[in-house]
Design a protein around this ligand. Sequence first.
Ligand SMILES: [Zn+2]
Length: 115
Amino acid sequence: MARQRPLQCPFCDNYLRAPVEINFSTVEVTGGICTCHAIYVLDRTGHNLGDIFMDALTFVCRGDIDKALLLDPEDYESADFDYDLNSNTIGKQSRAGKVCKLVFIRLQHDEKTDG
Ligand SMILES: [Zn+2]
């Protein structure tokens, strides 16, 4: 059973800070960036994952919507978790009340432009 644990990157196990407001010209998210170049985006409602996922894809492409739209599922890894803003923990939330979601995305071949 997944219990609550500190916010941690699912790809590299790095511990992460709580999401913050981030603005690109094209997209506005609450999230952050891991040292492995994975990004994470907060869905405050927990019911908006489709929109949040598109924002996350745009974010991982550094605001480049055109590039985000061209990504295939094989181009990135993703994961999502229940998230508690107050304690900055992920995992099953036992308390009733507001459950946020956190979406993680990492590009498979990040910035390796050889050729
Ligand atoms: Zn990471």
